[in-house]
Design a protein around this ligand. Structure first.
Ligand code: PRP
Ligand code: MN
Ligand code: MG
Length: 180
């Protein structure tokens, strides 16, 4: 059983959309002229972000997914990143953009970047909607960040708490109401 909580809006759907529009322009500038950008969403958390981001990108794109999980149903990272589902496509010699919802300790993104780099893409960049720099345990940084946020437990826009709340259209902070 999870503790009782309420969700306080932290970043509105409108603010997210405006930020994605700006980020898409920067990504277009970086990858202008690419024959094809392979946009890799890290499941499950990035499914909403990648859907909105690719629709703003005026570039030839391929969409692929990779599932890496370190938290499972827990709220604490295991620090052990498991690949639950690999890419369908080849990325050797291609331009690749990894799309993540949030960088917390950094274990997930670092592991995925290491794995994908070993496949020798032409260029590999990463974008994360949210960054919690104060939580970092390993040295990793996305090339583009949507919003830097404080160390609060967030949900919505793809991000879950015990597999719930991924469908909220905004980013919210979880506030426990049992006083513990
Ligand atoms: C969450 C989140 C990031 C990762 C960030 O995924 O979506 O992928 O944790 O944490 P880290 O920087 O400490 O590694 P989770 O493992 O919960 O899987 P999910 O995306 O399926 O919710
Ligand atoms: Mn995730
Ligand atoms: Mg999760």
């Amino acid at each position: 059983m999870s503790r009782p909580y309420v969700i306080d809006e932290m970043i509105s759907a409108k603010a997210i959309a405006a930020r994605i529009e700006a980020l898409a322009k920067e990504i277009e500038a970086r990858f202008k002229g690419t024959d094809k950008l392979v946009v890799v969403g890290l499941l499950r958390g990035s499914f909403v972000f990648i859907a909105d981001l690719v629709r703003e990108l005026d570039l030839p794109v391929e969409v692929d997914f990779l599932e890496a999980s370190s938290y499972g149903n827990s709220t604490v990272t295991s620090r052990e990143v498991r690949i639950l589902k690999d890419l369908r496509g080849e990325i050797a010699g291609r331009d690749v953009l990894v799309v993540e919802d949030i960088v917390d300790t950094g274990h997930t993104l670092k592991h995925v970047i290491g794995l994908l780099k070993s496949r020798e893409p032409k260029r590999l960049s990463c974008i994360a909607l949210l960054d919690k720099p104060t939580r970092r345990e390993v040295d990793v940084k996305a090339d583009w960040i949507g919003f830097e946020i404080p160390d609060e437990f967030v949900v919505g826009y793809g991000i879950d708490y015990a597999q719930r709340n991924r469908n909220l259209p905004f980013i919210g902070a979880v506030r426990f109401t049992d006083g513990a």
